[in-house]
Design a protein around this ligand. Structure first.
Ligand SMILES: *Cc1c(COP(=O)(O)O)cnc(C)c1O
Length: 449
């Protein structure tokens, strides 16, 4: 064991103490963004030829920089999709950093990759996918969707004997996530929007009709299991069989909603997901893992390897040990073993604790819906789905929504931002933090009066 210098030794104590204190903070403050000019005035330049020293850099982070970042795990942070990583996962993230593991290949990261694969197996089993299923943790749903779409296109092109249409297209519900459009843009492909039914779901018959019209250039269908805005799950039970019959790749974007698979009472909402050729879920959203972590799974990992594995003379050595090289399954080569904090927390707490914690947040959403229905000034826009509640502040225009949000953020009393539904401004609560309480919901509702 080599000796720390006294400076690094002190710093180690301070850093570990700081991390420990942050994971135990209660209550957590929302904090507040600052302008670049404000930060420059408080911090000055920090990267200098001589260095400012670890103590000073840590002081600046603690006193200036960290408080200028919103705390996503603040219990009244209900905007977008927040995060609520477990202490076990966050602390293990420090260990992952300390360990210098290269997570791209089996030969270099076997033990870590084994553990990541255990966590991926749990997610594959939740979806009812076969034993062949495997994949990799990537930074987020955006890269996960793009990687799966590239695999789908490779599969479609191989099925056509290498022939490609003038332009490839993906079918996706009109409600699909912006990352599907962004992925198609990168691929120079089109997204053909499929109309949703009166419950905002894409259905099998709608997919079949779109395939009748455009089938000759469709590389895959991208369904959503839990839209980000409303929490809606497409009708996978009818979409799955249509894709299977026609031999079309089905990718399910469950970046947010996939966590719901762990809760037996709502598992039926996902029926049909077992037909997926690929699916993603972000543990950094509703599965209590730190950023950045998306699980990407393929029914037949060879389909992904065929398009994603990189080949070079200096990499051939790795292929000789090619049991399972995570780099082969997405758009990346070097990778952090970002699935390990999630794995460690799962191993620590057990999967039942996950189901319980997710259930708590679903209950929070249902409770919020009841409070909204009982109020005079708010109106539910749709029934809550998964852990999302969307509602209207009766009588407010878009400017009033915006002003209220800014005031609450300024005061540090809640982070709830306006969204849009059917062209109208709405508010939206997204619960992923089991430490949020119904009383906190009540305080936000009161502040909206
Ligand atoms: C959040 C989200 C994404 C994008 O995931 P990132 O991790 O932010 O890249 C994709 N699809 C859905 C449904 C999402 O909720």
């Amino acid at each position: 064991m080599h000796e720390y210098t006294p400076e690094i030794d002190d710093l180690a104590d301070d850093l570990v103490a700081f991390a420990r204190a942050r994971t135990r903070l209660d209550p957590i403050a929302l904090d507040h963004p600052r302008t670049e000019a404000e930060l420059r005035a408080s911090c000055g330049p920090t990267v200098t030829p001589a260095g400012i020293g670890g103590n000073e850099a840590l002081r600046l982070f603690r006193e200036v920089l960290a408080p200028a970042c919103l705390s996503v795990d603040y219990t009244k942070y209900l905007a977008f999709v927040p995060a609520a990583p477990t202490e076990a996962s966050v602390l293990f993230d420090l260990v992952v950093g300390a360990h210098s593991i290269y997570g791209g290949s089996w030969i270099e990261g076997a033990g870590a990759v084994y553990a990541e694969n255990e966590a991926l197996r749990w997610l594959a089993d939740l979806a009812g996918m076969p034993a062949s299923t495997g994949g990799v943790f990537v930074p987020g749903g955006t890269i996960g969707n793009l990687s799966a779409m590239v695999a789908a296109r490779g599969h479609a092109q191989a099925r056509r004997g290498g022939n490609r249409p003038d332009r490839w297209a993906f079918l996706a519900p009109e409600t699909s996530h912006s990352s599907v459009d962004s992925g198609a843009l990168v691929m120079d492909a089109d997204v053909i929007p499929v109309a949703v039914d009166d419950r905002y779901r894409m259905t099998g018959p709608a997919v079949a009709a779109a395939l009748d019209e455009h089938g000759d250039r469709v590389a895959g269908v991208v369904a959503t299991a839990g839209t980000t805005n409303l929490g809606i799950i497409d009708e996978l039970s009818t979409i799955g069989p249509v894709c299977r019959e026609r031999g079309v790749w089905l990718h399910v974007d469950a970046a947010y909603g996939g966590a719901g698979l762990a809760v037996p009472e709502i598992r039926p909402l996902f029926a049909g997901i077992e037909h997926a050729d690929s699916y993603i879920v972000d543990p950094h959203k509703w599965l209590f893992a730190p950023f950045d972590c998306c699980a990407l799974l393929y029914r037949e990992p060879d389909d992904a390897r065929a398009v994603h594995a990189q080949h070079a003379g200096y990499l051939e050595f790795l292929d000789a040990f090619g049991d399972w090289n995570p780099s082969d399954f997405a758009i990346h080569l070097t990778r952090r073993t970002r699935g390990l904090p999630f794995w460690f927390s799962l191993a620590t707490h057990g999967t039942d604790a996950y189901a319980d914690a997710i259930r708590v947040t679903i209950d929070l959403a249902n409770d919020a819906a009841q409070q909204i229905e009982a109020s005079e000034h708010l109106r539910l826009v749709v029934e809550p789905s998964l852990s999302i509640v969307v509602f209207e502040r009766i009588g407010w225009d878009a400017a009033q929504y915006q002003a209220w949000t800014e005031q609450m953020m300024e005061d540090g009393t809640a982070f709830v931002v306006p969204s849009r539904h059917d062209g109208q401004p709405v508010f939206r609560f997204c619960y992923v933090n089991p430490r949020t309480t119904p009383d906190e919901t009540a305080s936000i509702i009161a502040a909206l009066a």
